[in-house]
Design a protein around this ligand. Structure first.
Ligand SMILES: Nc1ncnc2c1ncn2[C@@H]1O[C@H](COP(=O)(O)OP(=O)(O)OP(=O)(O)O)[C@@H](O)[C@H]1O
Length: 454
């Protein structure tokens, strides 16, 4: 008698041995058999998401068939259905185990280690999965297991500091762990732009093309900065075509969908949709606590649940800020020579509260403060004049409206004399970038934030 539950338990136990915890959680934990028809041999299996369905069909179905045969001389025909979230369970066979963070690092220390600028902390092992990112994490794992064939390109998009770079680099680490000779290229989109411009200046285009068109995995971070750069887009298009035709994997991240990137050429928009586009959304409280707990463990930090809970409740959208809050609490404890507890966390994060209070800030107030600061008027800020003395303050005011209020892009556009939301988006991008390169703008934004926060 073939007992489906027992078989599934056996299969899962085997899978647990063959796969890392991260992979096991992604593919097996929330997968379970629904039914088995002895006559037709059809076994219906409920999987959690379309990504998981695709992965099972392509990679795990044959293992399941083999294991059923090994377990009970049984021929089965698995069929996968995307179902609601329910209980987990278990399964079969061999496949190289995905390596742990430590093993990856050891491998990378060998003679083939490449100067990749990958952050050694950004691996699958250190990535905490939750509601907002598990689809993206599943897709990233699928790509890492099957580069160039499964989802090509993989396009990960979502808000600031939500783990896009982390996931993208995890794919790079895993590929190198499995194939230390693989050529993995990770770049910020701006590096691609600069490299391209330099290659024209220095007449080294052949080298440039060799670098980007002869790799096994190309990871391009923050691709929204290709916006409005026609020449760069043309070059990237050819890079993309070459890699794609050679079945080399391309992974990109962006803060928004390709269709929302201003002036991104139609052919790139359509190519970026050939593979899979997955969004990462802000983590829920439970995931934020899990991320903090993991980080505290890694840093050897003794911190109780109620304090973790408190910190996680203070920062709700950006994981980078969440990590920053933990560091702040830690620093406060060191300085004050006190143990970490809720009261200390409250003290350490008091200024965060101030930022939260700013959520009640009006755009008109921001316009007024910015206009005064730059000795212009709110009418000019809302107007159409395109001289530098007005354009920069206007863009800063738009940027601050985005940063310090909950207003949407269209709403901000409306408050600035009925401008289009893409104008606001462009202003925000421009100031974000200027903050890294332009000391004057950085100082102005810093001053203005201080004024608006008090
Ligand atoms: N799910 C997660 N588990 C553990 N750490 C995470 C997770 N998500 C994000 N982080 C951490 O949060 C920080 C910010 O993540 P990351 O830089 O990947 O964000 P991003 O989405 O690429 O941001 P940006 O839009 O600014 O490029 C990193 O230190 C990263 O390790």
């Amino acid at each position: 008698m073939f007992d489906l539950d027992k078989f599934w338990q056996f299969f899962n136990a085997e899978m647990k041995k063959s796969y890392s915890t991260v992979a096991y959680n992604a593919w097996f934990k929330n997968t379970k058999p629904i039914s088995f028809n002895k006559k037709t041999k059809e076994m219906i299996i409920a999987v959690e998401s379309p990504v998981a369905k695709g992965y099972w069909e392509k990679n795990l179905a044959s293992q399941l068939i083999q294991e059923a045969y090994a377990y009970a001389d049984m021929e089965i025909q698995p069929k996968f259905e995307v179902a609601g979230k329910e209980g987990p369970e278990r399964l079969v066979t061999p496949k190289p185990r995905i390596k742990t963070n430590q093993e990856i690092l050891e491998d990378r220390r060998d003679e083939f280690a490449q100067d990749l600028q990958l952050n050694s902390k950004y691996t699958f092992d250190t990535f905490v999965q939750g509601e907002g990112n598990k689809l993206a994490a599943g897709a990233a794992l699928a790509v890492a297991d099957n580069p160039g064939s499964f989802y090509n390109p993989l396009f990960i998009f979502g808000g600031v500091g939500l783990g896009k770079t982390h996931l993208m680099q995890a794919i790079g680490h895993q590929m190198l762990a499995e194939k230390p000779h693989a050529k993995v290229v990770y770049i910020q989109s701006e590096t691609f732009v600069n490299d391209f411009i330099n290659s024209i200046k220095n007449k080294t285009q052949a080298e440039f093309r060799n670098k980007y068109r002869n790799c096994d995995l190309l990871l391009v971070d923050d691709i929204q900065f290709f916006s409005k750069k026609e020449g760069i887009q043309e070059e990237f298009f050819h890079t993309f075509e070459t890699l794609y035709n050679d079945q080399k994997q391309i992974v990109m991240t962006s803060d928004r969908l390709p269709t929302e990137i201003p002036e991104l050429s139609e052919r790139l928009v359509s190519r970026f949709a050939w593979g899979l586009q997955v969004e990462i959304t802000p983590p829920d409280l439970e995931t934020r606590i899990a991320i903090l707990r993991k980080k505290a463990e890694t840093d050897g930090l003794a911190i109780d649940d109620s304090t973790l809970d408190y910190i996680a409740s203070q920062v709700d959208t950006n994981i980078r800020e969440l990590e920053g809050a933990l560091v702040k609490v830690q620093a406060h404890a060191t300085i004050e020579r006190e143990d970490i507890n809720v009261d200390l966390a409250k003290e350490a994060l008091a200024d965060l509260k101030l930022v939260q209070k700013n959520r009640g800030l009006q755009i008109s107030k921001i316009q007024e403060v910015v206009a005064n600061y730059f000795q212009t008027s709110t009418t000019e800020l809302k107007g159409k004049k395109r001289v530098k003395q007005i354009v920069v303050p206007r863009q800063i005011a738009m940027y601050l409206s985005r940063e310090l209020t909950d207003s949407s892009l269209p709403k901000i556009g409306q408050e600035f004399g009925g401008k289009d939301h893409t104008t606001v988006m462009h202003a925000c991008d421009k100031i974000s970038r200027a903050l890294k390169t332009d000391a004057e703008i950085k100082a102005a934004v810093y001053d203005l934030k201080a004024m608006l926060e008090h």
